[in-house]
Design a protein around this ligand. Structure first.
Ligand SMILES: [Zn+2]
Length: 269
């Protein structure tokens, strides 16, 4: 019977498959707990609304394949729903309010701290979550004393060799990269014949550039089709190549985060 949980991440390092006794007994001083945070939101006429959460799991599945057997890194079930208020007028978008997502993250983190864990990584695959996760990382640090980290897969540059400057700058939602990735992970979930190309005209000047985040937009402001990027260019073999590149790069990032000691930041103790 086919089922969802396969590969090293879920076979060996999926925290909730352990018993409470096993979790109580495990060494926790250096254990890093990875909490993927995704979204259920419109991804254009060609892609499933589950895209971001699906890809978060795919990235972690790829990364865990490259971790040493004894790496103290554990995966949690994803927070499948994110803050997708910018897409809320589209059917199928299921968004949490900022306040709800904050409380969900706080409660999960408090539970981990009670279990004795000291290090938490928020692994984010939805741009609309980023600001909130940044704020919550610090709030959780303060409330629990845990070391809290954030990582977006884009930070490791997994897609850099596969995209041009225009896609890098404007292909931020359901474009070439995400469509290629879902084609590689769940080919039957994509409708390539409906894949559009639409590039928002984000200002390229410094004060108003997208990276400077100088204005708040909702999806309708930037796109008629609901996407930002060139999904017509997407192809499964390129998605596979991106995931193949992402695996070791993300594994390296996880190991670096797991080894990091907050006490190393101070010049004097
Ligand atoms: Zn997405």
């Amino acid at each position: 019977m086919p089922f969802r949980y396969e590969g090293k991440a879920f076979d060996r390092r999926f925290l909730p498959r352990l018993t409470t006794k096993e979790i109580e007994a495990m060494p926790k001083e250096n254990a890093l707990i990875v909490l993927p945070v995704g979204a259920v939101e419109q991804h254009g006429p060609h892609m499933p609304v589950y895209t971001d959460t699906l890809l978060g799991e795919a990235f972690m599945a790829a990364a865990f394949e490259h971790l040493p057997e004894d790496a103290p890194i554990w995966l949690l079930p994803s927070v499948a729903y994110g803050k997708s208020t910018e897409h809320m007028e589209y059917p199928g978008t299921i968004t949490l309010s900022a306040q709800t997502l904050m409380m969900v993250l706080q409660d999960i983190a408090a539970s981990l701290a009670r279990s004795g864990f000291r290090k938490l990584l928020l692994f984010n695959t939805h741009g609309g979550n980023a600001d909130l996760l940044g704020m919550m990382a610090r709030e959780i640090r303060i409330a629990t004393g845990m070391a809290v980290f954030r990582l977006d897969p884009g930070a490791v540059g997994y897609s850099d060799p596969f995209t041009d400057d225009e896609e890098k700058a404007c292909g931020i939602h359901a474009g070439d990269v995400e469509t290629s990735l879902v084609m590689a992970v769940c080919p039957d979930w994509v409708k390539p014949e409906l894949a559009p190309r639409e590039m928002p005209r984000f200002p390229r000047t410094s004060a108003l550039s997208l990276r400077a985040k100088s204005f708040a937009w909702i999806t309708r402001d930037i796109s008629a089709s609901g996407i930002a990027g060139d999904a017509a260019k997407a192809a499964p073999d390129r998605g596979e190549a991106m995931l193949k590149r992402a695996g070791p790069l993300l594994a390296e990032a996880l190991l670096e985060i797991a080894a990091f000691e907050m006490s190393s930041l101070r010049e004097r103790n």
